[in-house]
Write a protein that binds this ligand. Sequence first.
Ligand SMILES: [Zn+2]
Length: 180
Amino acid sequence: MDCPDCGHDRTSVVDTRTGEDGATVRRRRECQRCSFRFTTYERPEWETLQVKKRDGRIEPFDRGKLRAGVERAVEKRPVDAATVESLVEAVERELAGRGTRIVSSSLVGELASDRLRDLDSVAYIRFVSVYEAFSDPEEFLDELDRVLDDRFERSDGSDDPDATTDDDSPDGTHTDDADD
Ligand SMILES: [Zn+2]
């Protein structure tokens, strides 16, 4: 690589580092003539979106696999196939818009679970219990608590008739607060 400063064609690498994503190499170079220092980046040029898994393996993004995961989560829940398909499409669009050809599997899971959370809490919990691979049951329970809190908050102040299907009070009357 020619020196960007003086154009000399001999530079030496003074430092090499692998990027955080494991798919980029950053080299610090020094011109052998003028000692100008600069940085170059080396990364593979993927033709399609790649997913980096937890164990470090990289494989092409597979929308069928994502769809299957979402389908499993919404099984017997009031979420139809068209909704699942548009969720998968939305996730894929968002991944493509990231400006990188390599994304982490946890990002894929996160984007899908964010959307599932708005659709159906049961499906959401099922999905994250598989995808987030909670290392600790406490974490899972915390997440469950957060979802349940959200549901109470949502059904509290809202006039949305759909909210009553998840409501504990069948006649729609609320006591002021669950807290005594
Ligand atoms: Zn130079």
